[in-house]
Ligand binder design. Structure first.
Ligand code: DC
Length: 213
């Protein structure tokens, strides 16, 4: 069984997907983490982020693993390192290359092969798993999404201002929507849910109920 969850940054999809996977006892794949790990690797190698060929090659050789909910790059736990403002700033340049996305979509499908899984990310219902058993599109208004991102970063003691977070979110929204390859798009058969006024637990139990039906 595949449950795919799509939506913009700050829609709550990561938190919800993780809790839903725990509640249903199935594997969880955060596809954003795969792109984040690739961005980290590209930065470590000093790669030109505009060079699609170079990035594709790095993607093809990416040694990425998920163990007990933690993300590993070259056997090193990078779960925290992939969520810093530096990665947030650089990632749009990496994820826009069609050739890179092709490799990463294959990687994501391979990770999930043979498993029941909650897969989360902004093209999972349209490109990665268009035939998923359950498809959800989570949304929230921009100010709610910025607030959520800001408190997430504060919680991690990262030094950022609310305006920085808001501007970065707007920039990424624009890049995600206007991207030619794998843009953020609401699949017609995905269930749409505006989470602006909902608590995380409410969203999780709503999704779990629809799956159990
Ligand atoms: O969900 P996130 O914030 O961890 O995603 C990080 C970036 O990766 C975001 O700018 C969009 C991109 N991304 C993507 O292009 N496709 C996905 N399936 C997941 C994330």
């Amino acid at each position: 069984m595949i449950v795919a969850i799509d939506g913009p940054a700050g829609s709550g999809k990561t938190t919800v997907a993780k809790l839903l996977a725990e509640k249903t006892g199935i594997f969880y794949l955060d596809t954003g983490a795969t792109y984040r790990a690739l961005t980290l690797k590209a930065l470590e190698e000093g790669a030109d982020l505009d060079n699609e060929e170079v990035l594709r090659e790095i993607a093809e050789n990416l040694n990425f693993q998920i163990k007990e909910g933690r993300f590993y790059l070259d056997d090193k736990d990078v779960s925290d390192q992939i969520r810093t403002p530096l990665i947030d700033k650089s990632i749009s340049a990496v994820v826009c290359h069609p050739g890179v996305r092709e490799v990463m979509v294959n990687l994501q499908r391979n990770i999930v092969r043979g498993k029941d899984c909650v897969v989360e990310g902004r093209d999972t219902t349209t490109i990665v798993f268009p035939d998923a058993d359950y498809k959800f599109f989570l949304d929230a208004n921009p100010s709610t999404r910025s607030r959520r991102r800001f408190s997430e970063m504060k919680g991690k003691k990262l030094k950022v201002s609310f305006d920085e977070v808001k501007n970065d979110l707007e920039r990424r929204d624009h890049a995600d929507l206007s991207r030619v390859s794998g843009p953020l798009r609401r699949s017609e058969d995905a269930f749409y849910l505006d989470t602006s006024d909902l608590a995380v637990e409410e969203v999780v139990s709503f999704l779990a109920k629809r799956i159990n039906r």
